[in-house]
Design a protein around this ligand. Sequence first.
Ligand SMILES: *Cc1c(COP(=O)(O)O)cnc(C)c1O
Length: 482
Amino acid sequence: MACDASADATGPPRHRTGPGGPDTAGLDAAARRALALRAAVAAGLLDDEQPVAGLLDVTGVRDSARALREAFATPGVPVTHTFAVKAASLVPVLRLLDDEGIGCEVASPGELALARAAGVPAERTVLDSPAKTRAELREALALGIAVNADNEEELTRLDALMAERRFAPAPHLSPSAPASRPSASPVGLRVNPQVGAGAIDAMSTATATSKFGVALRDPGAAERVVAAFAARPWLTRLHAHVGSQGCPLKLMAEGVRVAYELAERINETVGRRQVDTLDIGGGLPVDFASDEVAPTYREYADLLRGEVPGLFDGRYGIVTEFGRSLLAKSGTILARVEYAKSAGGRRIAVTHAGAQVATRTVFAPDAWPLRVLALGPEGRPKQGDPVPQDVAGPCCFAGDVLARARELPPLDEGDLVALPDTGAYYFSTHFHYNALPRPAVHGYLVADDGSVRFVTVRERQTAAEIVAESGAAHAEGLAALR
Ligand SMILES: *Cc1c(COP(=O)(O)O)cnc(C)c1O
């Protein structure tokens, strides 16, 4: 994989190529990042108190949101884009995406609370989770957010909750709401098309034995799903999310095709267009080896148009739930090299970016390699002939290493490392090892003249907060129990 510091240009900022026009002029993402890294140092965003921080490129997020909207836009087809909140569970991020017309896919009460705090409207919120409690389901139906049931037992729970609502309709429901639809919530069923695994097992949700959805190819399952829809007029959606990073586009499209064909079969059987919307999940992979955006939303949408043309002919609405692909390329972790040492003939840069901010990379380095940019103390690309170095984190276990024997210009105390492509599932998905604080996250906007403005996305967690959330209020509890 590419891992050279020269990925960050030192020369004058490059301009985007391709069709120009006022709204596509400007610096490309790598040029913006290079400027932001320098500006972050100059602004004092790193110091002894905060030796690691997350940086988020506002322009990059808006650009990927626009690319997503444009790729799926089809005359006559209602498309609702939602963002998988687990990929970057930060309120200002959800608010920014809302500003771009993108709602939220939530999978826990916490994620729902974040979406609501960001002001995301109910009609652009989808609840998916394999383990929804009755209380969660009841709240979702009261709010009118979309719900995708994971399994047949959940449908039985929903029967009971729908009956509750029928006898005590929520005040916000119009009196003309049909009795067949006792909640404003569109309700769907998640199916597992069992089309197989991608390159990363833990990210593959459409295997034969995946824990998600109704396994469609199991004996009798498809028939039972058809009957479940026939018995429930309020069940109007099908949902399939084939997997995340590592799933080839063909496999993802195959899963969508299976869901589409099932929708056709259900509608034929019940004799009306009961299934009116297909939720096709997320999962577009991200290129972690370069600054390229590949594959693109356009490529995926075009593949779907070819493989599942009926999805775009106006008979169905489409819901998407992309996470990683919307945010990954726009995030960078910046961390200080605290010490540079050597062991067994290998150079080791001990940095402040480890398992607490790059959990997957540390625990599954082969599946989740990251680029490392070697920077000098001012945040500019470090010069010097590359030598193999380990880039280690601050956690007290031997495996807390971000990159092994990586060829980089020699890193010294006081230098910095930057980890590109960490906008999704990295600094926003903290691992509380060693009581290391959640680092601050700063958003940046780079003007065409190269000047950089920062805003706070999340403040650094303080030691007092760590103490409080670690049971300080109950300090005497255990010792007093004798
Ligand atoms: C995680 C998840 C997504 C988003 O996956 P990405 O790979 O981040 O795009 C979408 N839908 C569901 C149901 C998920 O669990």
